[in-house]
Design a protein around this ligand. Structure first.
Ligand SMILES: Nc1ncnc2c1ncn2[C@@H]1O[C@H](COP(=O)(O)OP(=O)(O)OP(=O)(O)O)[C@@H](O)[C@H]1O
Length: 231
């Protein structure tokens, strides 16, 4: 079972993008490549924010090419965490369950459980602005957990954090989401991130997303475009 991208082509203004690849269910895959190469475009296409000109996206054989974003098996974590400052931490997490925040007692317990798992037990009533950067990342991760989607897309998450804290968050994310069996695609500029948590890596270069390769093998013997990027 897999996430399959078949002959996908799309265009944004002058930028053409193509992808033809498959990600095995449950895999942890890094997405790496030069700035402007199309890494975020790949994630946006999978999430349903960009309509393809041609090709198909399938999850476990089901065609989701034209499904609206909310109906896809996908949760996204962005770099800036997307926390709403006027809502409490628990409400921000609750949005992952019901956007209108009309949560049942069981759903509120689910929020508390997610906060506990990310290390924010007892902090649900606070506003995001009163949390540290690392704690805000934890809250955003809790929201992804309660969404309980089989595919999780992470677009340069935790990049606002210092190196030690970022590694801690990557490990926590890999442990918590790995425990759910989710398929992860992680955009990063840092090969060390890929080596740290991803057994496979998708290279995106010049508008083409290449099929995933084993991370160690890719970096040990990088194609020219990756060599140029790595410097
Ligand atoms: N909303 C948009 N309208 C038009 N062109 C866009 C839009 N968003 C991105 N692009 C173009 O699409 C190309 C790919 O952008 P994308 O954000 O996917 O790259 P990226 O690999 O994620 O880059 P970075 O590492 O800098 O985030 C870029 O050339 C960019 O200029």
């Amino acid at each position: 079972m897999a996430l399959t991208i078949e002959g996908l082509r799309l265009r944004q203004e002058g930028f053409g993008f193509a992808a033809d690849l498959e990600v095995t269910e449950g895999a942890r895959v890094a997405v790496i490549g030069p700035s402007g190469a199309g890494k975020s475009t790949l994630l946006a296409a999978i999430a349903g924010f960009l309509a393809p000109e041609s090709g198909r996206i399938l999850w476990q054989g089901r065609d989701i090419t034209h499904a609206p974003p909310g109906a896809r098996p996908v949760a996204i974590l962005f770099q800036d965490n997307n926390l709403f400052p006027h809502l409490s931490v628990a409400q921000n997490v609750g949005l992952g369950i019901r956007p209108d925040l009309k949560l049942s007692a069981a759903q509120r317990a689910q929020v508390e459980d997610a906060l506990e798992r990310v290390g924010l037990a007892g902090m649900g009533a606070r506003r995001p602005g009163t949390l540290s950067g690392g704690q805000q990342s934890r809250a955003a991760l809790a929201r992804v957990l309660v969404q309980d989607r089989p595919v999780v897309l992470l677009d340069e998450p935790f990049s606002a954090l210092g190196p030690a804290l970022r590694n801690e968050m990557l490990d926590l994310m890999a442990t918590l989401l790995g425990g759910t069996g989710a398929t992860l695609l992680l955009v990063s500029h840092d090969p060390a991130d890929a080596r740290r948590i991803a057994e496979q890596t998708i290279l995106v270069a010049e508008g083409v997303a290449h099929p995933p390769r084993e991370t160690g093998a890719l970096f040990d013997d990088p194609p020219e475009v990756l060599r140029d990027y790595l410097g």
